[in-house]
Every structure is written in structure tokens, then in C-alpha cells.
Design a protein around this ligand. Structure first.
Ligand code: MRU
Length: 350
């Protein structure tokens, strides 16, 4: 990719830089994020998006938030600020559990730091944010390596939304399988759902796959069933925003419909996600909070009015695919075949 999804510049008083994903693919603009308020906004409006990338952004957001505490202040003041900043960032988006996971890690690192000065604690927090970032990159590579064998020469693959490098530290989750298979020399065709209403598939997934030289065809979301019936799809691979203890997986709105279609056509449906996307405190998918977004995203696609004034709009950003529809989940540890509560638990405890 032309620029990293997100990077940190400088030391504890530095700032984050990220590709503004709302402008892609027409413009590749790197924006500086210099306060926790700016990071909250970047997450909310999807300048940075995709579950793992949201987690990394939030971790750096914490580092930005605690900059407001002077280095000379007592360490207790920094601990109080940390709690405030984590609560604030936690309210940016509700569904991707990586956000809460990353904030939890940041708090834990501070609690167990065993340091006595504010300066030292700020350094611990920056180190932890960088570790979250680095580890995500490694998990994505491992997911690619663990799942690439599922793609055979000549396959047609359907994907929904964007689970690529832009949604993670780099390399992606669902797209990691494709990048790895491509690096192994396999030829295959990807069909990318455009992913209404915000077009992450059209704007981001096709952009990433084209750059990698992978054969990709853009389709409207409502064309997937037709393609399956025509025999053009051999497998489906998507990412996830939160996977409950029983394997039910929340992902971009429309994923559930794709999974149902895949089952009806006897096509394997895979989810690729790091362990940071699992939420074992949530027993099943019905408990996963689903983000409701601005009605204008539906009524005014790309800012153009496409529906009558004041028409009622329903705009959930995610849906849940029950585990019965998932052939396997690919993580950095390997594969969870036919996921259910027992299989998820034993896999994550490996
Ligand atoms: O609303 P978004 O663009 O943040 O939604 C992103 C998705 O649904 C992705 O598929 C998911 O986060 C997995 S990213 C590796």
C-alpha cells in the first residue's frame, strides 16, 4: 500500500498519522491526529475503520489523551486521566470488540507498570500501543499463512466489506488469505461486494486487490446470489467485528445474507479474524451491540440525495451470522472448524 494504515510519529508527545479512508480511492491523503478528540472523531466517521485498526487507533488515542497531563503532575493524575480517556474512546463505536480489547490492554499495562512517575507511565502506554500495533501485523501474517490453503487454483472468491490492510495494521484478515495465496503463485478471481451504504468493498477492497495485482471484479451486494447460482463462487471469506463465545460473528451489514446464500448453494463460508476479535464474555450473537448510524448514509449515498425528503431510514452497520453458517474461522492460531462454544474455547486456550 502507498502509506501505512496508521503510524505513530515521535515519542510520548508525538502524534498519529493515518490514511483518511473516507477519501479513498479518489484521494490518498495522510492526516495527522493530534488529540484524543481527533482520534474519537476519526474512528466515528470511519477515517480509520475495520475492527483491528479501530483498536490500534484507540490505543494511540489513549497516548494522545494522556498528553494533557503535565509531565510534572503526580502519577495519580495520569491514572485518573487514563480512565477518563478510555471511557471517552469506548463511546466512539460499539460493535468492534477490538476497541474495548485494546483499551483494556492499555489500562492493564498501566495498572501493572510498577513505575512511580508520570513520564515513565506515559512511556509504558506508548510502548503498549506500539505492541498492539506490531502484534496485529504479526497476527494478520499468521492468518494469511493459516488460511491460504483454502484457496485453490482457479477459485472464485466472494468477500464483503473490507478486511484488508486498511482494516488492520497491515495485510488484513480475509484479504490476508488472498494476498498469501497470490504470493504463492495461485491464480484466482475475487468478487467484491460493493457493501452499501458506505461502499467499503467498492472503495477499499478493490483498491487494495488491484494494487496487489489480484483479479478482482466489483459487484453490487444484490448480485451475490446470482453469481453463486452461476457457479462462479467457490468460497466466501469475510472478516468480523466481534465473535461471541459460541462462534456467532458480527460483521458488516449484509454478511448474514451472504452466509445464508452460501449455505443454500453449498459454498463454504469462512471468517478470518485475530483472537482480539473474540469476546468470550458474550455468550451468543444476540447479545452483540449493533451500531446504528446516520440515516443520511442510506438516503444520501456519496452525499447525493437518493430518497424522498424525510423518508424513514433504518441503518444498522452490522449484522450477526450464526455459527451454524460458518464453515471455519481462521485465526493466527489456526482453524476453528464448525465453530461452537467448545471449539472456540479450546482453540483460544491453545
Ligand atoms: O464499519 P467498518 O468499515 O468499520 O466495518 C468493517 C467490517 O465490517 C470488517 O469486515 C471487519 O471490521 C473486519 S476488518 C479485518
Amino acid at each position: 500500500m502507498t502509506a501505512p494504515t496508521i503510524k505513530w510519529t515521535g515519542s510520548t508527545d508525538g502524534h498519529a498519522e493515518l490514511i483518511d479512508q473516507t477519501l479513498l480511492p479518489c484521494e490518498v491523503r495522510v492526516v495527522s491526529v493530534k488529540s484524543v478528540k481527533e482520534m474519537w472523531h476519526a474512528i466515528k466517521v470511519l477515517q480509520i475503520r475495520g475492527a483491528p485498526a479501530i483498536g490500534i487507533g484507540a490505543a494511540y488515542g489513549v497516548v494522545l489523551g494522556v498528553q494533557e497531563v503535565p509531565d510534572s503532575a503526580p502519577i495519580e493524575q495520569l491514572h485518573d486521566k487514563l480512565t477518563e480517556v478510555c471511557d471517552y474512546l469506548a463511546a466512539s463505536r460499539p460493535t468492534a470488540v477490538n476497541l474495548f480489547w485494546a483499551l483494556g490492554r492499555m489500562k492493564k499495562s498501566a495498572e501493572s507498570a510498577g513505575v512511580s512517575t508520570t513520564v515513565q507511565l506515559k512511556e509504558i502506554l506508548l510502548d503498549e500501543a506500539k505492541a498492539i500495533h506490531r502484534e496485529d501485523a504479526a497476527m494478520c501474517r499468521a492468518i494469511g499463512a493459516n488460511g491460504a490453503h483454502l484457496i485453490a487454483e482457479g477459485n472464485g472468491i466472494l468477500t464483503h466489506c473490507n478486511a484488508g490492510g486498511l482494516a488492520t495494521a497491515e495485510y488484513g484478515t480475509a484479504l490476508a488469505l488472498m494476498f498469501t495465496a497470490h504470493e504463492q503463485g495461485k491464480q484466482f478471481a475475487v468478487y467484491a461486494d460493493e457493501t452499501r451504504p458506505l461502499l467499503q468493498g467498492a472503495r477499499l477492497t478493490t483498491w487494495e486487490l488491484c494494487q496487489a495485482g489480484i483479479d478482482v471484479t466489483l459487484i453490487c451486494d444484490n448480485m451475490a446470489g446470482h453469481l453463486m447460482k452461476l457457479g462462479k463462487i467457490d468460497l466466501v471469506i469475510t472478516g468480523a467485528d466481534r465473535i461471541a463465545a459460541n462462534g456467532d460473528a458480527a460483521n458488516k451489514i449484509g454478511t448474514y445474507a451472504v452466509a445464508v446464500l452460501a449455505k443454500a448453494h453449498n459454498i463454504p463460508f469462512y471468517i478470518a479474524a485475530p483472537s482480539s476479535t473474540f469476546d468470550l464474555a458474550t455468550a451468543g450473537g444476540d447479545e452483540i451491540p449493533i451500531e446504528q448510524r446516520d440515516p443520511r448514509e442510506v438516503s444520501h449515498p456519496l452525499g447525493q440525495q437518493a430518497a424522498p425528503d424525510n423518508v424513514k431510514v433504518y441503518n444498522p452497520a452490522f449484522d450477526v451470522t450464526p455459527h451454524e453458517y460458518i464453515t471455519a474461522i481462521i485465526t493466527e492460531k489456526g482453524l476453528i472448524e464448525s465453530p461452537d462454544t467448545a471449539a472456540v474455547k479450546s482453540h483460544l486456550c491453545k
